[in-house]
Ligand binder design. Sequence first.
Ligand SMILES: [Zn+2]
Length: 483
Amino acid sequence: MGLILSAMSYCRTALLLVDGARYDVLSKLIAGGRLPYLGRLHLRRAVTVFPSTTGPAYLPLLTGRFPGPLNIPGIRWLSKEVLARGLLHPHARRSYMGHEAIFFDRDIPVKTLFEHFHRPWAVFSLITKGLPRRGNRTRWSRRLVYPYSHFLHDWRPLDHIFARKLVQWASSDSDFLFAVFPSVDGFSHLYHPVHPKVLESYRNFDIALGAMWEALQRRGDLDRTLILVVSDHGLTPTHTHIDLAHFLQERFRCLYYPLVFKPGAASAEMVSGNGMSHIYLKNGTWRGRAFWEDIRGLRAVEDLLALGGVDFLACQDQGEAILVLGREGRARFLSEGDGIRYEFEGEDPLGIGKPGAFSLREALEHTYEGDHPDAPLQLLQLFLAERTGDIVVSARAGYDLRARWEFPEHRATHGALVRGQMIVPVLANASLPPEPLRTVDLFPWVLKLTGKVLGQLVLDKQERPLRDIYKTTVDGRGHTQAA
Ligand SMILES: [Zn+2]
């Protein structure tokens, strides 16, 4: 009997993503009794990925991987290798914010969670790879209602569709649902992360969850359904927009969205969320990364660091170490065995606090309560992408990096490697792994609880220095999904 019980697994899974939900806001609403259904779930904090932005931050949940090793380092990116073949090459650049979103599935080189289930459904998901055509339940409303909501500042029609789809799913024979709730992020950008309309959105989510909950209960499915609620990033209020594109344009002719086909450009700027940005330098030829040794003498780097609102710059040196330049100090670290070797001078820009050798777990523990949660691993994974910029810029809370071509104006920001944007809530009706936790840990946890078999761990050469990322994702057994 005991054996049967311990081998029992969930037959259905609902993975609900509240885009832009903040841990502190959500936990306070729960404590005040405002979110009765979410209040029934176990609650934890977790660290999302850098850049903390929609799209890349879905990848740990849907693939169990960081965006860096998947070569999807932002919601916008440039590939210098491909650009070197021609300015007009269709895969030299991306913005998943516009029509190039159709390439997102194609750009993901691994299996998704959808492929582990028999009849998966998706609602408002930017990623649909591995989803059968009829599993995409909002194919048309996503195309038609999203632009309406975006330009007319009214996210409530999407909330209504979301709520209806959750109840439909509960009554269907589908065994997996991935559904994105958009209005917390939408209203936060428009107003503030704790604006009354945002708080009303959290409440609307809870009502939708409640309706699904009751429908599952009526069917007798509640006990065999795993319900996991998570966010992809937090948000912090924004008072100042830094015109990073203009800053670069004044020094090097610069490509940035939507002006990405200018001939004769010597730099490019690809912003995410808008708290982080990739800067690419032509450096003679577009081919290959510009290292610290190539850019250290540039006046522009000093000027960039002196810009109010820039938290830090990160780049790589020829020894493949990551350099982090803060205003008051700098750090240098590289992966060594299963961990990192970390050193700094002046004020430690990432807040590890002491130099030395650390496992990636220890680096997470040392930074979990600080201003830059999990920063060493987050930068290591990002620089595994060929498409990562030569210089990565992360903004301080209160600032973003996009002063033009953003309509409507953003009054809240994510994307940066700062606490308010990196820490997210995780809630489930099953007991969750302990903190410190990363959202990338949830993928193997879902597979385990739903009785799915994990493939043998496959590491390619590029990923090997980060092998303990994969160990930590599956109970230290060293297994995860094969590529
Ligand atoms: Zn957003």
